[in-house]
Design a protein around this ligand. Structure first.
Ligand code: PLP
Length: 391
């Protein structure tokens, strides 16, 4: 099997499994307990926080552990909205039309509560323009939220540009960086982001653990209530083995970032080179590889359905995705692709390939060749069926 669906989830690294296992079998105390077993767990919790902070170049006490990227996005956006309401700040939020549902959902919820939400358009390559952010900012704007990189089309936004603008205007700026960890450097000392979300399972930690970063003095209020863990922002007994795992994954991601990025970029080139041979194929998202998530290529082939391509590939042992895995089960064409200006018909034929450091160059060449064969075969069969369909 060749797995090229790493934007959906990644394989847990053996080093990460090795680090987390003792926290299930040997040292399974509650970090809040004051006895030896609890203290062991507390120590591991503190160490993991430090490792994540090192990956993001921020202070340890700006890192909060959560259960997933979805929870981190919700805590940041709704938590800051609560703070804005409690402090008589404006009730206007600016976001984009291509956000993941874990950002779009809280935005819609706030709209239902009476907030004004501006959903900025993106251009054909999926970029939001800083000029648009500026144009729509008013004295009432208290939150801006734009994703760092898009899961479906791989486009990487100008996050430093938007973050600096928000800082100048004293506006809280959140970014969903779930797709970015381990692929693009995140330097929170250099880029004035107010809050940021990450998810462990996108960079080789297990599912069930996420990160919420909140810059010091950038207040957010809790949206869930409990025993006060994670400074009261994400309460609930800490999932210690998963937290140890994300700490180790962060450490590896930091150590291997430059090398991983180069490798993934070379893989993108292989995919692009092979797929360019397919007549009628249109790449989606940013056209420059340096403005895309490394290792991520997405495209549409008008006339074909993404699902059929995925199923054919699956039969040959190749795992890729049509649109976003998070949207699977929903037949609607992806709203991200529609935001690019594609028709419903075009948006149906979308495919995403996403590599990780587990993949080899050989695998990528094999996968790309296989996809080219599948696409050409499907195209021929659709073309030969066409007269019958019309009749
Ligand atoms: N944001 C983006 C861009 C994603 O791709 C995903 C998951 O696919 C999420 C948020 C949600 O992360 P999680 O699966 O950890 O809830």
């Amino acid at each position: 099997m060749i797995y090229l669906d790493n934007s959906a989830t990644t394989q847990v690294r053996q080093e990460v499994i090795d680090a987390m296992l003792p926290y299930m079998s040997r040292s399974w105390g509650n970090p809040s307990s004051i006895h030896a077993l609890g203290r062991d767990s507390k120590e591991a919790l503190v160490a993991a926080r430090s490792k994540v902070a090192a990956l993001l170049n921020c202070d340890d006490d700006e890192i909060y552990f959560s259960s997933c990227g979805t929870l981190s996005n919700n805590c940041a956006l709704l938590g800051r909205a609560r703070f804005a309401e409690a402090n008589d700040r404006g009730r206007h939020l600016i976001t984009t039309r291509i956000e993941h549902p874990s950002v779009a959902g809280p935005c819609q919820y706030l709209e239902n509560l009476g907030w004004k939400v501006t959903y900025l358009p993106v251009n054909r390559e999926g970029f939001v323009s800083l000029k648009d952010v500026e144009k729509h900012t008013t004295s009432e704007t208290s939150i801006i939220s734009t994703m760092w990189a898009n899961n479906e089309i791989g486009t990487v936004q100008d996050i430093p540009g938007i973050a600096n603008f928000a800082k100048e205007r004293n506006i809280f700026f959140h970014t969903d960086a779930v797709q970015v960890a381990g692929k693009i450097a995140i330097d929170l000392k250099a880029v004035p982001i107010s809050s940021l979300a990450l998810s462990g399972h996108k960079f080789h930690a297990p599912k069930g653990v996420g990160i919420l970063y909140v810059r010091k003095l950038q207040n957010i209020m809790p949206i869930i209530f409990g025993g006060g863990q994670e400074m009261g922002l994400v309460p609930g007994t800490e999932g210690l083995s998963n937290i140890v795992a994300i700490g180790r994954a962060a450490e590896l991601a930091q150590a291997e970032l430059a090398q991983n990025r180069e490798k993934l970029l070379s893989m993108s080139k292989i995919f692009k080179q092979h797929l360019s041979q397919v007549d009628g194929l249109i790449f989606t998202g940013a056209s420059l590889l340096t403005q895309r998530l490394p290792g991520h290529i997405s495209f549409i082939l008008p006339g074909l359905e993404g699902e059929s391509i995925v199923m054919r590939a699956d039969l040959k042992g190749l795992c890729v995705s049509s649109g976003s895995a998070c949207h699977q089960g929903i037949i609607e064409p992806s709203s991200v692709l529609k935001a690019l200006g594609l028709s419903n018909e075009q948006a149906k034929g979308s495919i995403r390939i996403s590599a990780s450091s587990f993949n080899t160059m050989d695998e990528c060449t094999k996968a790309a060749e296989l996809l080219v064969t599948i696409l050409n075969t499907l195209k021929r069969s659709v073309n030969s069926e066409a007269p019958t369909a019309i009749a």
